[in-house]
Design a protein. Structure first.
Lengths: 516, 318
């Protein structure tokens, strides 16, 4: 048979219908090559040449390249061992946990990873990371076992050990720990260009035998520059673009050269409502009015497309979480009327101006999201001004240092949050946190009492009932607004194999990624 | 010539001193100091006066104006441009490499654009009023009128996506060697060159046409000197004089003025750094970039003056 242009084109056109890739892919992983990644979202503090290798300042999509955590939260949000071989509560209180490391782990400089490094790392984390603050003390039991003493029982404590602010670093004083960029992850840092790019190369003594597969990975920060990132993908410069918005995912998904991956679960935005003296948000009715006024369905429809988004319930849980309890919904006209009535009760019969809502382009669609939010609350007489701030330094800007006595309040501002276990997600609405606006009062006390009770409960169904009660309190109190969320997307070239996106972007792993 | 160089150099130093003074007073003394600018209106409204006073003291804003001014000038002489408000990082470290990169982009643009613009201008001037001249003039107007981001996106679409021969976005690092950086930026360079050729070509064409109509050119014609010789040896140097000044100002504006190109191509230059500094309210970085841009204007003008002096003996005698 003679292969003509016509038959070749016909075969190429037919192959997807037959379930065959136009280019046959080898099934055996191949070692070597470089993977170029562009990242369109950012969750980091400021990076300067002095701190650009520190885990707290990396773009969190690459946390697990140079660093490792004791546990890994998999794509189903279940725990899997990472550096720890086993873990468990030391007693019935679940306030003391023993964690045992794998034997033979090495840092990039060849020194062994021991319990001493775990202790030093968490001595640092427990003063910096909100999730690790429950750790009162840590001690090394033997060369590989560390014991964590918590301020209260916590059945879900191991999830904290998989957070991006929980990586294991070589022991050093708190003021210098982590600055070297040395970890025990699959890739070591070669060079950094703060706020712009970072280059990694394979660590040949990684604990997972035979992995990683690639020689080199480069990450290019393209926050706020999704179009540039996708143009780079199409021109062959990038192999993977992470955190693209649903519209871009839909468009590029039509092209056979690329595969769109979804992280599932998704992420959403918290709008923190500061409840400091003099703030309009001190009045619960104003917060409730805002919760009724925002058209959550419109955000989902206009920003994400109905299939990709979901309506939030003003808790940090994502809709895919089995513990998620939907907020009772009213038809739009009734919701607006209810918002107006609440404002009138609160002494604002002609509406209210809530000042400036600050946002940063943490994801490509953030601008659109807050424009829709701004427009929909206007229907109920609520005026909000929007002000975009850069991602770099945004965390400090948003949170201030919470020194109320000094007048350094946190702001009426947004932040993006990823999906986590309920123990972490619901803990974020504690009173002593900017994301709850420093919510106070008897309902907050009841919320935290339920939380402590739930954390000390082993039985899942009983815990779920308590989580539901907690969400009912949030529906009524609205300490913060979490109107809507969406799935996360990444796009890869078809020749990139072994890549799976993750609902928690800091948990994406590249150990098994290879290029065919 | 030496006297001229010394005189121009001294004048440039005086200009730089005045510029530094202006930048300082414009950003520090006019209503609203560095702290005011770095805080949001809401934050200003909420902060108690004593807290604001303490923050001012931390930033040295409570010192007398003269003391701060002298400190600023002293810092400049030592290469100390202050520290950022948020990270307390040295401003000089933040500005140095992006400034180098922008000067390189401007320099390469000028080096490539000037000869092309000159060739086009000569061809158009020779064919004044004819089809070639009209075509060149029309193309120049179009080239100059199209916004750089449109040109950039068009070039990306054609040469990076449809026919992927050049990179769409620059992945080189800020501190990569200039050769590596510029090799990674062909479309960014092309974008700035297109606008530059259009702008410089128009100016040089007008200059050449004016010179070609001058009396001395007419006399040279009557003396029987060949047309090419008149053009290259007599008309061109005379036409280059206004062209050089325009090119110098244009190159200086390229250093800090190609923000859009830098953002479209992710070129790590001073324009993108300026945008970042403005959005972060980093007054000292903005101050340093404004000063650097002004220094570029002065230096490029100085170079243009020296070039003009080399071409025109009258300026050396003046």
């Amino acid at each position: 048979m003679t292969i003509t242009r016509r038959t070749a084109l016909a075969a190429a056109a037919a192959s997807p219908l037959l379930g065959i890739d136009a280019v046959a892919q080898p099934s055996t992983p191949v070692r070597g090559g470089t993977l170029n990644i562009a990242q369109c979202s950012a969750n980091r503090r400021s990076a300067s040449p002095q701190n650009a290798r520190h885990p707290y300042f990396l773009v969190d999509a690459t946390t697990r390249l140079p660093y490792g955590c004791l546990v890994w939260v998999n794509r189903a949000l279940q725990l899997e061992p990472e550096l720890a071989e086993r873990w468990g509560p030391a007693d019935e209180s679940m306030a003391v946990w023993d964690i045992t490391l794998r034997d033979g782990l090495l840092f990039h400089d060849g020194t062994p990873v021991t319990a001493r490094d775990v202790v030093a790392s968490f001595e640092f984390h427990r003063t910096r990371s909100p999730f690790a603050r429950q750790i009162e003390r840590i001690e090394a039991v033997d060369r590989l076992t560390a014991r964590f003493f918590l301020d209260a029982g916590n059945a879900e404590f191991p999830f904290v050990l998989g957070e991006y602010d929980s990586v294991i670093m070589p022991a050093a004083p708190p003021e210098t720990i982590g600055l070297s960029g040395i970890g025990c992850g699959p890739y070591r840092i070669v060079s950094t260009d703060p706020n712009r790019s970072i280059v990694y190369e394979r660590f040949d003594r990684y604990w997972r035998a035979g992995l990683p597969l690639l020689d080199r990975i480069t990450l290019h920060n393209r926050e706020g520059q999704q179009d540039s990132a996708i143009a780079g993908l199409r021109s062959g410069q990038f192999d993977v673009v992470m955190t693209i918005d649903p519209t871009a995912a839909r468009q590029i998904g039509r092209d056979q050269d690329y595969v769109v991956e979804t992280g599932g679960g998704g992420y959403h935005y918290v709008v923190q409502l500061p409840q400091h003296p003099g703030s309009p948000f001190l009045d619960k009715r104003v917060r409730q009015a805002l919760a009724y006024a925002v058209d959550r369905e419109a955000i989902v429809r206009l920003v994400y497309g109905a299939q990709n988004g979901w309506v939030g319930n003003d808790s940090h849980l994502v809709a895919a979480d089995p513990n998620f309890l939907p907020r009772p919904a009213l038809p739009r006209a009734q919701a607006v009327a209810r918002a107006r009535a609440l404002l009138a009760e609160a002494g604002h019969p002609n509406g209210i101006n809530l000042g400036t809502l600050y946002w940063s382009p943490q994801t490509p669609e953030a601008g659109r999201y807050f424009q829709v939010l701004q427009e929909t609350v206007r229907e109920a007489g609520i005026t909000i001004a929007l002000d975009q701030r850069p991602n770099d330094g945004y965390v400090q800007f948003r949170t201030g240092d919470n020194d109320f006595a000094q007048g350094r309040f946190h702001r009426f501002a947004m932040t993006a949050v990823g999906p986590r276990n309920p123990g972490i997600s619901l803990f974020r609405m504690r009173g002593a946190n900017v994301e709850s606006g420093h919510w106070r009062g008897p309902e907050q006390d009841r919320y935290m009492a339920l939380y402590r009770q739930a954390m000390a409960t082993r039985e899942d169904a009983a815990r779920r009932a308590m989580f539901h009660d907690m969400q009912r309190i949030l529906h009524e109190e609205v300490p913060a607004l979490l109107p809507a969320g969406a799935m996360t997307f990444a796009v890869r070239r078809r020749n990139v194999q072994g890549f799976a996106f993750h609902p928690q972007i800091w948990s994406v792993r590249f150990d098994e990624v290879w290029r065919s | 010539m030496i006297v001229l160089v010394l005189r121009r150099g001294a004048l440039s130093l005086v200009t730089l001193f005045l510029l530094a003074t202006f930048v300082f007073f414009a950003t520090e003394v006019l209503p609203g100091d560095a702290l005011d600018v770095s805080l949001s209106a809401d934050e200003m409204a909420m902060m108690p006066p004593e807290v604001l006073a303490r923050r001012r003291a931390e930033l040295g804003l409570d010192r007398p104006v003269l003391e701060r001014y002298l400190g600023f000038l002293g810092g400049l002489l030592n290469g100390d441009l202050g520290r950022t408000i948020i990270t307390r990082a040295p401003v000089a470290d933040i500005v140095a490499m992006p400034l180098r990169n922008s000067i390189a982009l401007a320099g390469v643009t000028l080096l490539l654009a000037l000869p092309v613009a000159l060739a086009i201008a000569m061809a158009a001037a020779q064919a004044k009023g004819r089809a070639l001249d009209n075509a060149v003039s029309g193309a120049a107007i179009i080239g100059y009128s199209i916004p750089e981001f449109v040109t950039g996106l068009l070039l990306i679409a054609v040469f990076a996506v449809w026919w992927p021969v050049f990179p769409a976005t620059i992945t080189a690092s800020t501190d990569d060697p200039l050769g590596v950086l510029l090799a990674a930026a062909p479309l960014a360079i092309a974008t700035t060159i297109i606008g530059s050729i259009a702008y410089l070509g128009r100016i040089l064409r007008v200059g050449l046409i004016e010179v070609m109509a001058a009396d001395f050119v007419e006399r040279l014609h009557l003396s029987g000197i060949p047309r090419w010789r008149i053009l290259w040896l007599h008309a061109l140097p005379a036409a280059m004089i206004p062209g050089l000044s325009a090119a110098a100002l244009y190159a200086a504006s390229l250093v800090s003025g190609v923000v859009v190109v830098e953002l479209v191509f992710a070129y790590p230059g001073i324009g993108a750094e300026l945008v970042r500094a403005v959005t972060r309210r980093e007054v000292h970085v903005v101050q340093a970039i404004a000063l650097a841009a002004a220094v570029c204007v002065v230096l490029f003008n100085l170079l243009a003056d020296l070039g003009i002096a080399a071409l025109d003996p009258r300026t050396r005698r003046a």
